[in-house]
Design a protein around this ligand. Structure first.
Ligand SMILES: Nc1nc2c(ncn2[C@@H]2O[C@H](COP(=O)(O)OP(=O)(O)OP(=O)(O)O)[C@@H](O)[C@H]2O)c(=O)[nH]1
Ligand SMILES: [Mg+2]
Length: 318
């Protein structure tokens, strides 16, 4: 199970100030007190939205503030209340208060709501008995959001084909990239927005022959792709160090079927990487003759062809 997390700061609106004012007209210079109360501050409310699937938005937007109540005014006019701020989160989001460590709510069903910070009450206007008061402050909290995710897309392929380079190019995930096999030792998650749809990609450690029996980094990682919707199978068109793209492609597919039939049957999108290197064009022509499937030529480094690849992935997912 992969986990998406975000830390945010919320502040409910402050209450408006109560007003100090006295009735006046031509004959009365200082009549009865008539200061209105301040309006209440807006609350912060989380709401489950089933169209959201990740916590991606919270990478960009971490501070949330509801509007304050307005001040009271003369003639006993109460200030307007602040507007509640709704924060939309995906189903399955757990909200934890950082200060106390307590889980405020485990939001599961679409439409479910939870009020996490309450707006300050408006201050009282002056009256016969008392002076006007200031509004209360709105509640302020640091919250940790957590979402257990099943990745939509598992990126698989031989070691060193450029899986981590691709996920780093398309998402904010920082997956270690290096020119040696088995650089990636555990799945790394990246969130990508394609044509208004959020998809979760999981960069996997490289697979080799015998992976289903635990060779290389083994079957533990095959487990992670079991529940993904589709697989992005990457092959290296540079074919250096005596590798052959077609036999790599076949042996990975063989490993998948030896591991589990339902994994082998998952839809695959095929990306032919490192097309920026000189010999890649010829290798691609040869490779295409041997397969009966559409191959997307890309360069994870320059970004060439990546848009077309992502469009195809999105069509296959939702
Ligand atoms: N020229 C070129 N090099 C690339 C491209 N994509 C990746 N590389 C290089 O290939 C090497 C391996 O890249 P990684 O992204 O670490 O490969 P990986 O598939 O994640 O490897 P493992 O985690 O070991 O399975 C690095 O030196 C990258 O810079 C590409 O499109 N063009
Ligand atoms: Mg890697």
């Amino acid at each position: 199970m992969l986990i998406d997390q975000a830390k945010i700061h919320v502040k409910a609106g402050d209450g408006g100030k109560g007003c100090t004012s006295f009735y006046r007209d031509r004959s009365v210079r200082k009549g009865k007190p008539n200061g209105g109360d301040g309006g209440d501050g807006g609350d912060i409310i989380f709401k489950v939205d089933k169209n959201i699937r990740t916590l991606l938005d919270f990478q960009y937007n971490r501070h949330f503030k509801a509007s304050g109540g307005s001040h009271g005014s003369s003639n006993n006019k109460k200030g307007h209340s602040g507007t509640d701020l709704y924060i939309r989160v995906p189903p399955g989001t757990i909200i934890r208060d950082v200060a106390t460590g307590f889980v405020l709510r485990d939001l599961k069903d679409a439409g479910e709501e939870v009020r996490v910070a309450v707006g300050g009450r408006g201050g009282r206007g002056n009256s016969k008995k008392s002076l006007a008061t200031a509004g209360e402050k709105g509640e302020e909290k640091k919250l940790e959001l957590e979402l257990k995710l099943i990745a939509d897309v598992g990126i698989i392929g031989y070691p060193n084909v450029g899986k981590s380079t691709l996920i780093s190019h398309i998402s904010r995930a920082k997956s270690k990239i290096a020119n040696y096999p088995f650089t990636t030792k555990a799945p790394v998650l990246g969130m990508v927005r394609i044509n208004e749809v959020d998809l979760t990609f999981a960069d996997m450690p490289g697979l080799i022959e015998g992976a289903h029996k635990g060779r290389g980094l083994g079957d533990e990682f095959l487990r992670h792709i079991e529940r993904t919707k589709i697989l992005l199978h990457m092959v290296d068109m540079a074919q250096r160090e005596g590798r052959d793209a077609f036999s790599d492609y076949e042996s990975i597919n063989r490993e998948l079927s030896l591991y589990a039939r339902h994994v082998a049957k998952k839809p695959q999108v095929l990306a032919c990487n490192k097309m920026d290197l000189p010999q890649a064009g010829d290798n691609l022509d040869k490779f295409r003759k041997k397969i009966d499937k559409k191959a997307f030529p890309i360069s994870a480094i320059t970004g060439e062809g990546v848009k077309e690849l992502l469009d195809e992935i999105q069509k296959n997912c939702y």
